[in-house]
Design a protein around this ligand. Structure first.
Ligand code: BGC
Length: 773
């Protein structure tokens, strides 16, 4: 059942619980956080009793895919139970079956020398059993409260099966959509990225670490992974200090400020120093500057990789340098370098016993805070009930509705009027693909319950329309996906060119004989995510041909996109009247898309990046600097406009909005003061809808050149037809300061500033203010 009202109640209840529990009285509540002093003492006591090998064991995290994985490369080198019983494993990842988790936990709790429970980690990226839209989509909702609720549900499902720790949120800024992992983050902007990072941490962890039904979060991949050269996953990043401090690090800092328990060190070199052996990042920035008190886990095999980078001399050097840089726990396939090398390194004096205790302590503390010592096992029957909770589907459906972005709606084709269409052709390789509808980074879903767009439209139209389907096109990776080994879905045989043409013909014939065609195109889920970089933004396979052929029928046409990156839709943007970006919308995706197409839900999502016209434009952040020949800034290429197809923050609705009365409480902001801005937002159309009020600023002069615009505030608001709401923003030093290469430090400049407020990054409503010292 679909209860929109109960969703609103759940969303606000969730926020209230999180904020209320931050109040001091909650610390004494029965189910509040455990006493900090007691935790520290228990961890210290354990450390005083543990052997060196056991301590090093706590620093090892191993993949465990279970006995069913028929791939020696993915199986542990040592019998896992034996290693656990010897106290040589602190954590496992990739176990999702609660019965298996209980069985392995029992070995740790009963047989290991000090009965220290394991902590089970997993990539709970956008849901465990109930799959929510991919993180990029959730960022497009510009609705942090919804994002918190989505990750609260994900945490509850995960915790119920015994997963205590999510390797999420990924807070890497991505400005090059060739990089496949863009799908896992919040897009290109540090301000939106920071808001989404904090929202997700709150969702996973709840009001405090150890809150019932919550788990630890991981801000990853620290840091700079999104700037991989050429968008090629794992390749080195070269990021200037100014970009690092102003663009790439803020979402991590936001996660730390939100109390994130763990960080994951990235795979790649950052300016030639591997992130997983980078003392400056892991110590100076993270611990010294930001005061992080949790622990750092390496990305998978990233410690051993220090040798591959040409950084460490051998495996021992790799272990020592990752360890001394500040990687507490090593994630590895097979066996960790820490397990193999740190005992020797300790004997040789390359690391000290105090350093070892300091590395282990936060891991023990987190296990204690989670209550794993008292409650190491999960109730399998309860987990089955939680995984089947229908309210999670309501949340997933609404999340998908709130994440979709309406890119085009010529002549008001949308919302579709049910009575106008009796025959509908639903076409495209993604229209009826359950696996693609949920997107990458899902391994524990219940695939048959996924609602595809075809099914969603059938559910919505019921007997009032005959809905037919043609796949129309095929697509495939040139190189296999690293996740093929874990996939339960059988690949389709490749069509011959003749078969491919027949499929297009069939789709065209269906469209021709229908009142409406809905095309569902984009990228298969394995074309997005890890090791899924792309050298092109074209619609893969024959999809462009399919699109143009179907459009040529002249039938009313709606294009629904499924994607984790912007694609080249230049032709569609001119010729297809309605385009809805549904991203990978999750378990309830098809019903959500149908709600949106029929106007039962009104699109309100906004792009979390500038949408390039083609791959040659990337990177094309909206927050760029203005330099020579500003009058030609849209003509930097001779063969194509150098502005995006759609700007950052853009998204249409079924209604219209106006912004007016931009007011500042003062023209001059004092050095230590704040400035308040307010703006009226009015729904000027005939249906209720959401608008995202966005505040952008520009600093006119100072210690460094500053971007033409930077997002510094936003709020998604719901407005009834004709209704006006006033939105308030506050600016202060925190929002206006930046890191300057000229000073090699943070600066807050006396200057003149522009402010714009509106519904996207091209907003025109403008005011000026100055900051004086
Ligand atoms: C990815 C991480 C992920 C880990 C565990 C790595 O390959 O880079 O993001 O958390 O695998 O699955």
């Amino acid at each position: 059942m679909y209860h929109r009202n109960s969703y609103a109640a759940r969303k606000y209840a969730c926020m209230l619980t999180i904020f209320a529990c931050m109040l001091p009285y909650c610390a004494q509540a029965q189910d509040g956080p455990l006493d900090n002093q007691a935790i520290v003492q228990r961890a210290d006591h354990l450390l005083s009793e543990m052997s060196t090998d056991e301590k090093i064991g706590q620093l090892s995290q191993l993949f465990y895919f279970g006995p069913n994985i028929n791939n020696p490369a993915l199986s542990p080198e040592m019998p896992i139970e034996k290693a656990i019983a010897e106290g040589r494993v602190g954590s496992l990842l990739f176990v999702t079956d609660p019965a298996v988790i209980n069985r392995l936990q029992k070995v740790a709790v009963e047989d290991s020398p000090h009965h220290i429970p394991l902590i089970f980690g997993f990539d709970v990226i956008h849901g465990l059993r109930t799959i929510f839209p991919v993180p990029l989509a959730m960022a497009a909702s510009w609705d942090p409260a919804m994002v918190t609720l989505s990750q609260t549900v994900a945490a509850m499902e995960a915790r119920s099966v015994g997963i205590d720790w999510a390797f999420a949120p990924m807070v890497d800024i991505a400005r090059d959509p060739r990089w496949g992992r863009m799908v896992e983050g919040a897009g290109s902007d540090p301000y939106l990225g920071a808001a989404m990072a904090a929202a997700q941490v709150r969702g996973f962890q709840g009001p405090y670490i150890g809150a019932p039904n919550h788990i630890l979060a991981t801000a990853k991949h620290f840091a700079g992974y999104g700037a991989a050269e050429g968008g090629r996953d794992y390749d080195a990043s070269y990021i200037s200090d100014t970009q690092l401090w102003n663009v790439y690090l803020p979402p991590f800092h936001a996660a730390v400020k939100a109390g994130v328990a763990t960080l994951m060190s990235a795979y790649m070199d950052l300016n030639d120093v591997p992130a997983s052996g980078n003392y400056w990042l892991l110590h100076d920035v993270l611990r010294q500057d930001w005061g992080f008190k949790g622990y750092v886990v390496s990305d998978a095999n990233a410690v051993k990789n220090l040798q591959t980078h040409g950084f460490a001399k051998d495996q021992e050097d790799a272990a020592v340098r990752a360890f001394t840089a500040g990687v507490n726990m090593e994630m590895a396939i097979g066996k960790t370098a820490y397990d193999a090398e740190l005992p020797k390194a300790l004997q040789q004096g390359l690391i000290t016993p105090t350093q070892l205790d300091d590395a282990v302590r936060p891991i023990l503390e987190m296990k204690l805070r989670l209550g794993l010592f008292e409650h190491p096992y999960v109730n399998v029957a309860r987990s089955q009930r939680i995984l089947a909770d229908p309210s999670h589907h309501v949340d997933a459906r609404i999340a998908a509705e709130r994440s979709a972005v309406l890119l085009r709606n010529a002549d008001g084709l949308l919302p579709l009027k049910i009575a106008s269409y009796h025959t509908i052709a639903v076409i495209g390789p993604l229209a009826d693909s359950q696996r693609d509808t949920i997107g990458p980074w899902t391994f524990d879903e219940n695939l048959p319950e996924t609602v595809t767009v075809l099914q969603g439209l059938r559910n919505a139209f019921g007997s009032s329309a005959t809905i037919t389907y043609a796949q129309g096109a095929q697509m495939q990776r040139k190189f296999p996906s690293m996740f093929d080994a874990l996939s339960r879905v059988k690949k389709q045989p490749i069509w011959t060119p003749a078969e491919a043409q027949q499929e297009i013909d069939k789709a065209v014939a269906l469209a021709r004989s229908s009142d409406l065609a809905v095309l569902v195109l984009g990228e298969q889920q394995e074309m997005s995510g890890e090791a899924a970089s792309s050298d092109s933004l074209k619609l893969p396979g024959d999809q462009e041909q399919l699109l143009r052929s179907v459009a040529a029928t002249g039938k009313p046409l709606v294009l629904v996109l499924m994607n984790g990156r912007p694609l080249n839709i230049k032709w569609a943007a001119k010729h297809v009247p309605a385009i809805l970006d549904a991203w990978y919308p999750g378990t309830e995706g098809g019903d959500a898309v149908a709600d949106l197409l029929l106007g039962r839900a009104v699109p309100g999502g906004k792009l979390p990046f500038n949408w390039p016209r083609d791959v040659g434009q990337v990177p094309i952040p909206y927050a760029h600097n203005l330099t020579h020949e500003p009058q030609n800034q849209e003509r930097r290429y001779w063969d194509e406009a150098s502005i995006p197809l759609y700007p950052f923050g853009y998204g249409l609705s079924y209604t219209t909005f106006s912004f007016s009365h931009l007011q500042l409480d003062k023209d001059t902001m004092e050095w230590n003061g704040t400035l308040h801005l307010s703006v009226d937002v009015t729904n000027t159309g005939n249906v209720a809808g959401d608008e995202v009020a966005q505040l952008y600023i520009h600093q006119e002069y100072g210690n460094a050149s500053r971007p033409v615009r930077q997002l510094k505030g936003f709020e998604r608001i719901a407005l009834a037809p004709g209704q006006t709401k006033t939105v308030h923003f506050t600016l202060g030093r925190e929002q206006l300061r930046y890191w300057s290469q000229a000073l090699h430090d943070w600066t807050f400049d006396p200057s003149t500033y522009d402010a714009w407020v509106g519904g996207d990054s091209t907003a025109e409503l403008h005011a000026k203010f100055t900051v004086t010292k």
